[in-house]
Design a binder for this molecule. Structure first.
Ligand SMILES: [Zn+2]
Length: 155
């Protein structure tokens, strides 16, 4: 829409100017009383709010990384599909062959450093993370006397 006053394109305000309803641009809206705005501020506000919520971490929520259960199978299958020997793979990762072998046979769960190396090199997913609602255990400390209790005792 074109501004009823200055003729500029990009009208986004409906305003009462000198008694009549007009579609005007932002700068012309100051000549009258704005009754409706089609401007973006609303969306901006919404985005901001949304982003804020997204970044907010619930204090009770903990995220934890862990090595997937079938890591051995995943590594072995991928290595074989790439036609790599254990030796080649361990050389590429700069790790001992015996270590990789133990991991691949399921005898040793890789630590995060090795798992990340394997993950990046073989393009597989070994590390997962889950979010869990932490349930605060009711310890004796949390049942400690409140001010109300103290007052009762004093009485
Ligand atoms: Zn205008």
């Amino acid at each position: 829409m074109v501004c009823d006053i200055c003729g500029k394109d990009g009208t986004n305000v409906k305003a009462i100017i000198e008694g009549s309803e007009m579609n005007v641009c932002n700068s012309c809206s100051k000549f009258g009383k704005v009754i409706k705005s089609y401007d973006r501020p609303f969306k901006k506000r919404f985005d901001k709010k949304f982003k804020k919520n997204e970044n907010q971490k619930t204090p009770n929520e903990v995220s934890e990384d862990f090595i997937v259960e079938n890591y051995a199978k995943i590594i072995k299958q991928k290595r074989e599909s790439l036609n790599l020997t254990l030796e080649e793979l361990s050389n590429k990762l700069n790790e001992k062959e015996s270590l990789i072998q133990k991991i691949e046979s399921g005898h040793l769960r890789p630590n995060f450093v090795v798992a990340k190396k394997l993950q990046n090199f073989l393009k597989i997913r070994l590390i997962e993370s889950f979010k869990e609602k932490k349930i605060e255990p009711k310890t004796k400390e949390s049942q400690v006397l409140t001010i109300g209790d103290l007052i009762k005792i004093k009485k």
